[in-house]
Design a protein around this ligand. Structure first.
Ligand SMILES: Cc1ncc(COP(=O)(O)O)c(C=O)c1O
Length: 401
């Protein structure tokens, strides 16, 4: 009998002492998380978000279900197949990947681009590879994929307080390592605020460091035509600036990319393990992202619409006494404190016909559980009226806690 299968069923060999149950500690930890309001549940949704207004996804430009993207994806799947068939260095680089890299490069103003199968892997590769053997200076609010890249780099990591340029400057000045990488989200994924990019760039240049900026929440939303926060800060194409993007949010597709100087891309191609040992992005996703870039170029008003709707959501929160900061892009957090309050507020939203993101530790620090509202370019006036009623109910819920 298969030993593992036998033990998993609680059936040790007759006459032998019962071995410890290897799943017991997992059950206990899960029970403890649930008791603390930190259990997580996967809820399969329908294509129309179960009939709710979507204020939870990262589909900032409303492109994820756009016919033009779907058509492009279908055509690519028919022509190229449903998978890229290999790692980028073997058979996983198609002419679609090369086109996409060229278009992303041109859109963001970077010298070169390298496409990955996700934004997570783009960050993992960029931080781990560019940080290895040196110092990585990372903002305390950075996304998990950056934190994991720091771990993988085995570099010394200095985590600096959120948006604290002086702390970055000090970490760079005090280092003994020869090279250093400063890494920050452009727009922070939960707080929705903007990193001080120009000041960080000045600090990085002064100390001979690279600046890596994750544009996951700013590409397609920030800047006049959605070219991202680095472009808006006038830093596009600077050799010391590296950016990472995801194709999975404003561009409505799937995948990611690292953009920067030729030396950066060449280093990642030669040595970036998350690049080398991963199957290339599916052709249909590359084609969908290309179609999204066509749309963004043809409709330069889309990013501004998403930003205006975010500002309207923030105003609606403030009008009801709910803490809201000025959103830098489309992310509008409503901080409620304990995880139970965030869960209750998400339920109130659902009762009003709106789906909001509900963020609890470890996705946010203790005491900062929140609803995360994400604006979309294609929200209508009726949607905003319904959302207003949901926010009123959450404000009343807060008063009554
Ligand atoms: C700031 C940030 N960076 C990177 C990622 C990862 O991108 P992807 O979802 O394409 O893997 C995300 C998405 O969740 C994110 O919010």
């Amino acid at each position: 009998m298969d030993m593992v299968a036998g033990m998993a069923g609680g059936e040790g060999r007759p006459g032998e002492a019962t071995p410890p149950d290897p799943l017991a500690r997992l059950r206990a930890a899960t029970a403890a998380r649930r008791a603390a309001g930190l259990g997580r549940v996967l809820r399969p949704r329908t294509p129309d978000h179960d009939g709710l207004i979507d204020l939870a996804s990262n589909d900032y430009l409303g492109l994820a279900r756009d016919e033009r993207l779907a058509e492009a994806a279908v055509r690519a799947a028919r022509e190229w197949g449903t998978g890229s068939t290999g790692s980028r260095l073997v058979t996983g680089t198609t002419t679609l990947h090369a086109d996409l890299e060229d278009r992303l490069r041109a859109f963001t103003g970077a010298a070169r681009a390298l496409v990955f199968s996700s934004g997570y892997l783009a960050n993992l590769a960029a931080v781990a590879t560019l940080g290895a053997g040196g110092l990585v200076v990372s903002d305390a609010g950075n996304h998990a994929s950056i934190i994991d890249g720091c771990r993988l780099s085995r570099a010394r990591v200095a985590v600096t307080p959120h948006r604290d340029v002086d702390a970055v400057e000090k970490a760079l000045a005090d280092r003994s390592e020869e090279h250093a990488l400063v890494v920050t989200d452009a727009v922070f994924s939960v707080d929705g605020d903007l990193a001080p990019l120009r000041e960080l760039h000045e600090a990085a240049v002064r100390h001979g460091a690279l600046l890596l900026v994750d544009e996951a929440h700013s590409l397609g939303v920030t800047g006049e035509r959605g070219q991202g926060a680095v472009h808006a800060a006038g830093l596009a194409g600077y050799p010391s600036v590296v950016i990472t993007v995801t194709l999975s949010k404003a561009l409505g597709a799937q995948g990611g990319a690292v953009l920067g100087a030729p030396e950066v891309v060449e280093t990642l191609v030669d040595t970036g393990r998350p690049f080398i040992f991963d199957t290339g992005l599916a052709p249909s996703s590359a084609a969908a992202a290309l179609a999204a870039l066509d749309i963004v170029n043809a409709h330069p008003d889309l990013p501004g619409q998403a930003r205006r709707h975010a500002a309207a959501l923030a105003r609606a929160c403030a009008d009801r006494g709910l803490a809201a900061t000025d959103p830098a892009a489309a992310v509008v957090p409503v901080v409620l404190g304990p995880p139970e309050a965030a869960l209750r507020a998400a339920a109130v939203f659902a009762e009003h016909g709106v789906r909001a993101g509900c963020f609890r530790p470890p996705s946010v620090p203790q005491g900062r559980s929140c609803l995360r509202l994400t604006a979309r370019a294609n929200l209508g006036p009726d949607d905003l009226a319904v959302i207003g009623r949901a926010l009123t109910a959450v404000a009343e819920m807060k008063v009554n806690v």
